[in-house]
Design a protein around this ligand. Structure first.
Ligand code: CAA
Length: 379
């Protein structure tokens, strides 16, 4: 087992770190306050290859490995968790799903602009009444011969207001339950497709989260992904990889909050000494450093297994379950270490605490991760 990063991986990490410092940090507080999408920054991320990191260059991607993806995600999320989720969804849920399962024509038409960052994508599975219980899809796709008629509502869709292409999961044959579900590529602007309300969120406020409304949208048959009835298995397979992205986002939020808390503890004085010299503070930082390192190792393990072509349902779920808990715990303690300063926006850690919470909810709640892990170990 080699714990050393390659020269290329270190270069990617440094490039993402520099980008986050120079381009994301300057207005991150304002974007959070105003719920402003980082349009210019996301465009630059596309130009840097960060939006299709693992996709084959022949489809516009950067052709990197998954460990590089974890490293870049951590650096972006350290500074701006909102930009990180835009990156995660485009890479893991949209591009990875298309590269693995789409037809050659679909890859040329849709994957290439998505992986090169010319446009961004969204993944629409969740519904008002189908979140964790994802097989209970109410959105329908009626088979009409050479097209499907799509009707229904999707909720809490990341990149919902900014995407050009959407992967939409819908029920074609309810009798067949999850075997009757299909996945489709839907273009923004198609008749009957409307982007609904933007959510006013606790955290990741720079990302745009919308409902989507489909009212008799005609989806050409060639836009179905895979065989008839493959949609649910497609969504599950894609989410396994997505969980590495969100775990890395959580890792970045945690390490960002830890670095700020450490810096603050080394300079802030109380009772005639820097507060890091008080064991009560030093022990908090020791716990943070240990847990962050463990979370990073889980992310790397899942990433290596993904690149080795192994089943990553268990390792992806473990990485997300653990890293999201570490993000929550670390950010709460980072606010505590900062005291009153931690409670105001200028010091960043209050935003990180709000951003951390969603990592325990989206792409499968912590409770769902425990279902996935426990089923896997019981096999
Ligand atoms: N990997 C691969 N296949 C899986 C799988 C996994 N992790 N979990 C289930 N499957 C497959 C099963 O093998 C089965 O396939 P076959 O019938 O072909 O064998 C099929 O899916 C159905 O499985 P179950 O009978 O186990 O289904 P279930 O209803 O009992 O539960 C679940 C499945 C794991 C709870 C699933 O519904 C689930 O993961 N729910 C959470 C959904 C989720 O993560 N939503 C996030 C929304 S996306 C998002 O948040 C994006 C964003 O914008 C940031």
């Amino acid at each position: 087992m080699d714990f050393n990063l390659s020269e290329e991986q270190l270069m990617i990490q440094q490039a993402a770190r520099d980008f986050a410092q120079n381009e994301l940090l300057p207005e991150v507080i304002e974007r959070d306050r105003d719920q402003k999408f980082p349009t210019e920054q996301v465009k630059k991320m596309g130009e840097m290859g960060l939006l299709g990191m693992m996709v084959d260059p022949k489809y516009g991607g950067a052709g990197m490995d998954s460990v590089s993806y974890v490293l870049a995600m951590e650096e972006i999320a350290k500074i701006d968790a909102s930009a990180a989720v835009v990156m995660s969804v485009n890479n893991s849920l949209v591009c990875a799903g298309l590269e693995k399962f789409a037809s050659e024509e679909q890859k040329v038409k849709y994957l290439t602009p998505l992986a090169s960052g010319k446009v961004i994508g969204a993944f629409a599975l969740s519904e008002p009444e189908a979140g964790s219980d994802a097989t209970s899809q109410k959105t329908t796709a009626e088979d009409k011969g050479d097209y499907y008629l799509l009707n229904g509502i999707k909720n809490w869709i990341t990149n919902g207001g900014t995407a050009s292409y959407y992967i939409v999961i819908a029920q074609t044959d309810p009798e067949k339950k999850h075997k009757g579900i299909n996945a489709f590529i839907v273009e923004r602007g198609w008749e009957g497709f409307e982007v609904g309300v933007k959510e006013d969120k606790l955290g990741i406020r720079g990302s745009d989260t919308h409902s989507l409304i489909f009212n008799n949208v005609k989806v050409p048959k060639e836009n179905r992904i895979g065989e008839d009835g493959f949609g649910f298995n497609f969504a599950m397979a894609v989410l396994n990889g997505g969980r590495i992205g969100i775990a890395s986002q959580a890792l970045g939020i945690a390490s960002g909050a830890y670095e700020l808390a450490l810096k603050y503890a080394k300079t802030r004085k109380a009772f005639k000494t820097e507060i890091i010299n008080h064991q009560v503070i030093a022990f908090k930082l020791a716990d943070m450093a240990t847990q962050i390192t463990a979370a990073r190792m889980l992310c790397f393990k899942a990433a290596c297994e993904k690149d080795a072509g192994k089943d990553i349902s268990e390792s992806g779920a473990m990485a997300k379950l653990y890293a999201s808990q570490v993000a929550m715990d670390t950010t709460i303690e980072a606010v505590q270490i900062h005291g009153g300063y931690g409670y105001v926006k200028e010091y960043h850690v209050e935003r990180m605490m709000r951003d951390a919470k969603i990592t325990q909810i989206y792409e499968g709640t912590s409770e769902i991760q425990k279902i996935v892990i426990s089923r896997s170990i019981a096999k």
